[in-house]
Design a protein around this ligand. Structure first.
Ligand SMILES: [Zn+2]
Length: 494
């Protein structure tokens, strides 16, 4: 039986259009999904939208629109973004789906039945931006540091989840290396549980007319995070669905650092209470800045990723976001860097290698793959190691090292000189280049799939998989075609 791989992204609030940060997370997940498919695994890649949040309802009110209609309109931008970025997601979940509502209520009932939910009074602060209860200690100058806004004071009768009961189990889990990536993000969570202790969590909101109704009390809705996290199993038709049986537990929940607590602490305790297996790993990425500044509406730098794709294509954006930002760390994006990379690494590096290699095949061998042996080496172990450690920027750098070596091979061997004097060597040199390009089309596929497809079309072959990342598999005599350039140079942005 094939090995399985289940990866999810966080689900996005639909109170505004997507920005470049949303694109970044979905691209990382797509790279991991595609890489695991190449490795021969059965992959399920899930992304979607969190539609039950009070802040969606509030944004709708401000826009003077019916909430459901508002949500239906905005979700289109997120679905469109997935298509534009050429994502290979297997499903797009919306938490207003009937089955999600039903399954959320079932899980709530299960935890209630277990005696892990009780009624009490909540008194304290709530940040609408986070959709979370927040403590005095977390505030910076009286404001939520994520949203730079003062939280609201709330006092209401509510339902509480006995999270405190799971404190020791959580400390055990978080002390295991590998549960949270990068390690230091796991340590942060461990230290917080250790220092503050695990407190019970308020899991309802009173008197709201948006959200999922509590199964046991009609005057309340389920706290939005409690339902949102359940999307990871409702999308698989928990508990009896074929997908659930096959793909749960998740191999990776990919998230931004701001919601680590919800995924590395709250979600596992919910699952422990409901008697469901825990995910294997929480993968935390950093935040993007744009031109060195935090992405924010007031700064006017919320780059629309859909417009960006329309201008440059998906692959250059996918390339730059992975190549330039160390996995797990914060990083900066700018159109200046994007245009520089398009011209240098994509057009001059990869594009040039493809066009000169195919051009010489047309010139010297009437466009047919000559007989030969691949003389250019590639270190697959190193690439694997980077993927295993989720160092995607290094995996991509390793691939580009190979591309650079191929270009250097052309300079060293000078096929245009060989064409005049040494047929046998010319044959080997051109074969080496074409066979390496075949391997490159596989290696770049997770990162820039559209370019990978174009290269295969030029070579007249189908995309290979992991087993094909070895030399001398390209068949002699195949007709190749240089065709159009892969990347057009663009004018540098200032
Ligand atoms: Zn906040």
């Amino acid at each position: 039986m094939k090995e399985k791989y289940y990866i999810t992204t966080a689900i996005d609030y639909v109170n505004a259009k997507p920005h470049i940060g949303h694109a970044y997370e979905k691209i990382i997940a797509d790279v991991l999904a595609r890489w695991n498919r190449i490795k021969g695994k059965d992959v399920f890649y899930l992304t979607g939208t969190d539609e039950n949040a009070q802040k969606n309802a509030q944004a709708a009110e401000e826009a003077k629109k019916d909430v459901k209609k508002f949500v239906d309109e905005n979700v289109k931008y997120f679905i469109d973004l997935c298509k534009k970025l050429n994502l290979s997601n297997d499903y797009f979940i919306r938490t207003t789906e009937k089955r999600h509502i039903k399954i959320s209520q079932e899980i709530f009932s299960k935890v209630l039945k277990k005696g892990d939910i009780y009624k009490g009074t909540y008194e304290g602060l709530y940040c609408q931006g986070c959709e979370a209860f927040i403590t005095e200690k977390e505030l910076v100058n009286g404001k939520c540091p994520e949203h730079n806004k003062e939280p609201r004071y709330i006092k209401e009768e509510n339902y509480f989840f006995k999270m405190s009961k799971y404190e020791n189990q959580m400390l055990d889990l978080l002390s295991k290396p590998g549960f949270v990536f990068p390690d230091y993000r796991g340590k942060e969570m461990y230290n917080r549980v250790k220092e503050e202790g695990l407190k019970d969590l308020c899991v309802s909101r009173k008197g709201t007319n948006w959200g999922i109704e509590l199964p046991n009390d009609k005057g309340y809705s389920i706290y939005v995070w409690f339902d949102a996290l359940i999307n990871y199993i409702s999308a698989l038709d928990y508990p009896d669905g074929e997908l659930y049986k096959k793909f749960w537990p998740a191999d990776a929940h990919l998230i931004g650092k701001g919601i680590n607590w919800f995924h590395s602490v709250i979600w596992p305790t919910m699952l422990m209470s409901a008697g469901i297996k825990l995910p294997k790993q929480i993968v935390v990425h950093g935040y993007l800045t744009v031109d060195g500044q935090k992405i924010s509406k007031s700064l006017g730098n919320t780059i629309d990723p859909i417009k960006l794709v329309n201008k440059y294509g998906a692959d250059p954006i996918r390339y730059v976001l992975i190549r330039d930002i160390p996995s797990g760390e914060d990083g900066d994006f700018s159109e200046k860097i994007l245009t520089e990379k398009i011209n240098s690494e994509l057009a001059n590096g990869l594009g040039n290698l493809i066009s000169r290699s195919l051009g010489m095949t047309e010139k010297y061998f009437e466009g047919r793959v000559p007989k030969g042996k691949n003389l250019i080496k590639f270190d697959l172990d190193k690439l694997n190691e980077h993927f295993d450690k989720i160092e995607l920027h290094l995996a991509l750098a390793e691939t580009w090292k190979y591309i650079d070596e191929c270009n250097k091979f052309v300079e060293d061997k000078k096929p245009w000189v060989l064409a005049k004097e040494n047929d046998k060597e010319l044959s080997d040199v051109i074969y080496s280049l074409l066979d390496s390009i075949r391997i490159i089309s596989i290696l770049i596929n997770p990162f820039i799939p559209e370019t990978s497809e174009k290269i295969n079309k030029k070579l007249g072959i189908k995309l290979g998989n992991y087993k094909d990342v070895k030399p001398n598999l390209l068949k002699q005599g195949i007709k190749v075609e240089k065709g159009e350039s892969l990347f057009n140079k663009v004018e540098a942005e200032k």
